[in-house]
Ligand binder design. Structure first.
Ligand code: FUB
Length: 344
């Protein structure tokens, strides 16, 4: 299996990837050196800004363009620390036309595209919320909104636009340092609760957004991954959800994909609608070098690609990760062929 490191010039991770206006855009985390800290709270992931990358044509060979720094932590009014995995979605909005446009007979309003970035960031009390930032162009720059999305919590947002209804649904959540165990029914708990053993695993969440992309349109719902008998995966199952939700659609089926965190796999489950339930199917990627594994899956010009990261170039430092891409194959039943994270 041929794999490509996409951006050897810098450490970047957690790729969210979309095709906007016919071109591939990558929205990664921007890893930073961090001395003397490594713990289960993720204090070693001290990212402070975002860059946007794009690819000219074929992801395996095309030139990778760095569009530079598009959002800085210091420009976000409510910032505490840690800009983790972001995502971006495209919206069409109605704006007033200029007097000149009106004189040309263009009417009083026109439709333009806007791009909204969703990013997780800790506030000054060390609690993760989601911020939003808006751009006129998929390559940014992104201008942050003054406050976090009301009611938002945890990390790792995947902003998925469903072609069935045109709505945007955000999948999110992460255990341990991602703080998902601090919430039940979207309410902050006095004491965090992480299920163990034969208890049902803590699920990812999904929420539909308002048409302008800036707020929740409903309360987030749990995304349940079930086994072939329809029973939820248990907390002690190495294939249960941990973080890094990603959704894509193929042949009318919804593929919910995620990282299993402490068992270091990328796994997937398939359902018939955005909210599931999703039936567990298998492993997409076996463990890579480094603690975290995280990904995006897209179709581009008829082929499927897995974008992910590993820590090979940094010599195994789990907080200094590098972006990779390889082709992803399906069998005739829509099952993903497992990829080895470490080349033999
Ligand atoms: O990059 C920081 C965190 O590490 C992400 O939010 C997780 O998905 C993991 O990759």
């Amino acid at each position: 299996m041929e794999k490509r490191y996409l951006f050897p010039a810098d450490y970047m991770a957690d790729p969210s990837v979309h095709v906007f206006n016919g071109k591939i855009y990558i929205y990664p985390s921007h890893d930073w050196e961090c001395e003397n800290v490594e713990n289960d709270n993720g204090d070693q992931y001290v990212m402070k800004d975002y860059h946007v990358l794009s690819i000219e044509g074929d992801p395996m060979t095309g030139e990778v363009v760095d569009h530079g720094c598009v959002l800085r932590q210091e420009d976000i009014p409510w910032a505490g620390r840690q800009l983790w995995d972001c995502d971006v979605q495209e919206y069409e909005v109605e704006v007033p036309t200029t007097a000149e446009d009106q004189a040309k007979g263009m009417g009083f309003s026109k439709k333009v595209k806007k791009y909204i970035m969703y990013f997780p960031l800790k506030d000054r009390c060390d609690v993760f919320h989601w911020g939003t930032a808006i751009a006129d162009n998929p390559a940014g720059p992104f201008i942050p909104q003054p406050a976090p999305v009301p009611g938002s919590y945890s990390i790792d947002m995947c902003a998925f636009k469903d072609d069935a209804d045109g709505e945007v649904y955000v999948y999110f959540g992460g255990l341990w340092g991602g703080q998902l165990q601090r919430y039940k029914d979207n309410i902050h708990l006095e004491e965090p609760y992480l299920p163990e053993g034969e208890e049902d695993a803590l699920p990812s969440r999904c929420v539909r957004l308002t048409k302008d992309g800036l707020n929740y349109a409903e309360a987030p719902r749990p995304i349940i991954v079930v086994d072939e008998d329809g029973k939820p995966l248990k907390a002690n199952d190495p294939h249960r959800f941990f973080e890094a939700s990603w959704m894509f659609k193929k042949d009318g089926k919804y593929y919910f994909t995620y990282s299993t965190g402490d068992s270091h796999l990328l796994c997937y489950a398939v359902g018939d609608n955005v909210y599931g339930p999703f039936t567990y199917q298998g492993v997409i990627l076996t463990p890579v070098v480094g603690w975290t594994t995280h990904h995006a899956i897209i179709k581009y010009e008829g082929k499927w690609y897995l974008f992910h990261h590993d820590s090979v170039p940094s010599g195994g430092k789990s907080w200094l990760r590098s972006l990779k891409v390889c082709e992803l194959e399906f069998d005739e039943n829509g099952k993903i062929k497992t990829i080895e994270g470490i080349d033999k």
